[in-house]
Design a protein. Structure first.
Length: 251
C-alpha cells in the first residue's frame, strides 16, 4: 500500500513537500520550541498564505473540519509542517512532564529540542502495535476526533467517497480511505493502535489539535480517548497545554 498517497489524499497536496526532511524539522523547531513567543515571521507568513487556499488543496480532512466553524488546527499544522510537527509537540510536552514527574528521567540541558531521528517520537519512522506505519494511525486519530461531534451526515460521507473515486489511487489506497472516513469515532479502537507511551501521547495530542475545545461532544470524546490510552498521570495536562498554545498561534 502506498502510504504517501494516502497521506496526501487525507491531508492535502502540500503535505508531500513536508514529509520529514529539513523543512519539517525547521517547522517543529520554530513552533514546538517556543510557541508562546510567536511564530517566526517567514513561517507565519507561509501559513497565512497557504491557508487562504481553502479545502480544495487541504485534503479530505479539510472537508470535515471545514463543514463547521471548528477551532481544531491539527490539519493546518500537519499540512504545512509535516507529521513531524505532531512528534515535535508531543516530545516537548513529554520532556516537560518527565522533568516534573519522573525525577529519574530528568532531561539534560544538552538534549535536542527536536525528536532525535530513530527515537520514540520520530513519527515518520515508527510502527504501531500491529507493525504498520504509525503515520496512518495519526491520520485515523485526526479523522475520528474531527468527526466525534457527529456533524458529518450521510450525504457528506457520500461526497467524500465520490471524491476518492475520482482520484488516481490504487484499489488498496481507496479502500483504506473509504474505511478511515466511514468508521465511527471510536476512541477505544484508536487507543488500541498505540504500541508505546510516546505513541499514546502523540495520538492524544493529534486528537486534541483536531477538536473544538468548546464543543461538549468533542471534549467527551477526548476524555474517553485519554481514559482508553491510559496516559501516565499528569501527562495529559502538558499535552493539553501544547495543543492550546498551538491553537492560539495558528488559528
Amino acid at each position: 500500500m502506498d502510504v504517501k498517497s494516502i497521506l496526501e489524499s487525507a491531508l492535502g497536496s502540500g503535505f508531500s513537500q513536508k514529509g520529514g526532511g529539513e523543512q519539517a524539522s525547521d517547522f517543529v523547531g520554530g513552533l514546538a520550541s517556543n510557541l508562546t513567543e510567536g511564530l517566526p515571521t517567514n513561517l507565519a507568513g507561509g501559513l497565512a498564505t497557504g491557508l487562504i487556499g481553502g479545502a480544495a488543496a487541504g485534503g479530505l480532512l479539510s472537508l470535515i473540519t471545514g463543514s463547521k466553524n471548528k477551532r481544531g488546527v491539527g490539519g493546518k499544522l500537519v499540512k504545512y509542517g509535516g507529521l513531524a510537527t505532531i512528534g515535535g509537540l508531543a516530545y516537548k510536552a513529554y520532556r516537560r512532564w518527565q522533568a516534573k514527574n519522573a525525577p529519574g528521567a530528568a532531561t539534560s540541558p544538552h538534549e535536542p529540542s527536536n525528536p532525535p531521528p530513530g527515537g520514540p517520537f520520530d513519527v515518520e519512522n515508527d510502527r504501531d502495535a500491529a507493525g504498520d506505519d504509525f503515520r496512518l494511525v495519526l491520520v485515523r486519530a485526526m479523522i475520528a476526533a474531527a468527526q466525534s461531534d457527529g456533524h458529518i451526515d450521510k450525504d457528506e460521507h457520500r461526497q467524500i467517497r465520490e471524491q476518492v473515486t475520482t482520484w488516481d489511487l490504487g484499489p488498496s489506497e481507496k479502500v483504506a480511505l473509504y474505511e478511515y472516513f466511514a468508521e465511527p469515532a471510536d476512541a477505544a479502537t484508536i487507543a488500541r493502535l498505540a504500541r508505546t507511551d510516546e505513541q499514546r501521547a502523540e495520538i492524544y495530542l493529534t486528537s486534541a489539535l483536531c477538536i473544538d475545545p468548546d464543543t461538549a461532544a468533542e471534549q467527551a470524546y477526548l476524555q474517553t480517548l485519554a481514559d482508553c490510552l491510559g496516559l501516565p498521570p499528569g501527562l495529559r495536562g502538558y499535552l493539553d497545554a501544547e495543543a492550546e498554545a498551538a491553537r492560539q498561534e495558528v488559528a
